[in-house]
Design a protein around this ligand. Structure first.
Ligand code: ATP
Length: 360
């Protein structure tokens, strides 16, 4: 029995998680080999308001006994953003050494994108997830005085750079990709980014001989993502650059409501965490109109991670079938369906596609 910890979190996180769990229930109903047990944890901003902390002191010990974590979103006007991030997401990513943030960016039939030019976009972004620019090293001194100052350090370790680039290379060779694109800015960030470039080059050189590396300055790379997104296959980036590139990646294939992500500990020493790229979307929370696809796709990535690529493919095909048919669309992709109607349509497509999707 695989044990999954489910943390819906805040805002639309709760709404889209209901749909992902519905999909899981459908899958399990007609596939008895999918033995998954879920436990829902209420850790969120509501929990913070009641208990003065985002999650209990022993939360990581509790989570460690699970095989994977399915997470919704966190963010609420009652709690400062740095608290929700640094007391919740960062401890999980860092303590569980989820150093790979894996974000697929794929154009989907039935979803309009102004940038596809008739060609398919199909890339993955490997974002370093545990160090880099998102570090709590630094300080803020002389508050409210003229000499007030803040220092924020970027932490790059050789091991950290090597591990994320290795993960990108393994993916490239497993899926027959010929090129790795590295996001850099070593002309201006001369210590950390030169270090990034040097170790990236070494690791790619040690990988498959047919794999080529292109290093592109981040300012040019964002422009290329818009001008010729079809040219990218596997993109590897530091924490900050990867974060920005993956939101841009979501936008060019149809929006945040469609984009899943995985925070992976490849060694499987700790549980990995699967979550949509989007946040709690306070502007639409409570209205029942959020697109649940990013959350359901994140569930699919989780299924692949726990050794059920067949179930992963089945869910992704059901999503693609609903989008391609186009009868059920949420507002973000030009329709009027509710969150729950989109979830139901995907469940229905799962049942319809059952026989064709098996065994792939
Ligand atoms: P947070 O502070 O939690 O990060 P945010 O509003 O800054 O929230 P997102 O939640 O990522 O950031 O939302 C950005 C925009 O994308 C919002 O306008 C939101 O409504 C929209 N959006 C995000 N997720 C979805 C979704 N699943 N379906 C529809 N629209 C979405």
């Amino acid at each position: 029995m695989v044990k999954i910890a489910v943390i819906p979190g805040d805002g639309i996180g709760k709404e889209v998680m209901t749909e992902a769990l519905k999909v899981l229930e459908y899958l399990q109903r007609d596939d008895s080999s999918l033995q998954i047990d879920t436990t829902i944890f209420p850790w969120s901003s509501d929990y913070y308001v009641q208990h003065g902390r985002m999650m209990p002191k022993d939360a990581l010990t509790i989570l460690k006994s699970y095989d994977a974590i399915l997470f919704g979103a966190i963010g609420d006007a009652r709690v400062p953003d740095d608290v929700t991030v640094w007391e919740f997401i960062m401890p999980i990513r860092k303590q569980f050494q989820q150093y790979v943030n894996f974000r697929p960016v794929k154009s989907l039939k039935g979803v309009a994108s102004p940038l596809t030019n008739g060609k398919d976009i199909d890339m993955v972004i490997f974002r370093e997830n545990t160090e880099g620019e998102y570090s709590n090293s630094g300080g803020h001194i002389y508050q409210h005085q003229p000499q007030e100052m803040a220092i924020q350090n970027t932490i790059m370790t050789r091991l950290g750079v090597e591990k994320i680039v290795q993960a990108a290379c393994s993916y490239a060779s497993q899926y027959g990709k010929s090129k790795i694109t590295s996001a850099t800015k070593s002309n201006a960030i001369i210590h950390a980014m030169k270090f990034w470039d040097e170790h990236t080059k070494n690791i790619v050189a040690q990988a498959t001989p047919t794999l080529t590396l292109e290093s592109i300055y981040i300012d040019a790379l964002v422009a290329y993502f818009v001008e010729r997104p079809q040219d990218f296959q596997v993109v590897v980036a530091s924490n900050l650059f990867g974060d920005i590139l993956s939101d841009l990646g979501s936008a060019i294939v149809g929006g945040l409501g469609l984009s899943p992500s995985a925070n992976v500990n490849p060694e499987k020493e700790f549980p990995s965490m699967f979550e949509p790229v989007h946040g709690s979307a306070p502007d639409i929370a409570g209205k029942g109109i959020a697109n649940p696809i990013a959350q359901i796709w994140s569930l699919a990535l989780l299924l692949g991670h726990i050794g059920r690529p067949d179930a992963e493919k089945r869910v992704v095909r059901a999503i693609e079938a609903v989008l391609q048919e186009g009868a059920v669309k949420t507002a973000d992709i030009g329709g009027q369906a509710t969150t729950s109607q989109m979830g139901d349509a995907i469940c229905q497509a799962l049942v319809n596609k059952k026989h064709t999707a098996r065994g792939v």
